[in-house]
Design a protein around this ligand. Sequence first.
Ligand SMILES: [Zn+2]
Length: 145
Amino acid sequence: MYYAEFMPERLKNAGILEAIDWVMLELNLPEHVHVAIEFKRMALYSQASVMDQDYDPEEDDGWWFDIEISSRLKKDDVIRAIFHEMIHIKQMSTGRLQYINGQPYWLGKKMVGLDYNNRPWEIEAFDKENELLHKYTMYKQSKMV
Ligand SMILES: [Zn+2]
């Protein structure tokens, strides 16, 4: 489940909502995972974070993640950015990527001092985002026939 906040009309009309639905199914995110997507003016193209750090299965009010997307991006770049951040949400929701006191842990190991491009969760996200984009293009084409 997700909600999109302040999405520019041009993007709503351009099928971004369909791309979001598709990628959430494709990544098979657990049901208790909720995602808020916000379009805003920002320096970065996009980022994903855990809004609700302490998910408790006993209470089960859901586990909330936040995606922020730059409102400057063009449609294709928005889809790419959303796919990329959704991969991070998948990594976090499965515990492969964790942030403890602001420090990243990958597969349970503390990761310090790594350049952005050498972070294993970024390497995975960049690989997988291309895979997803390719699959999504195929899906769109198959619907047009
Ligand atoms: Zn990333």
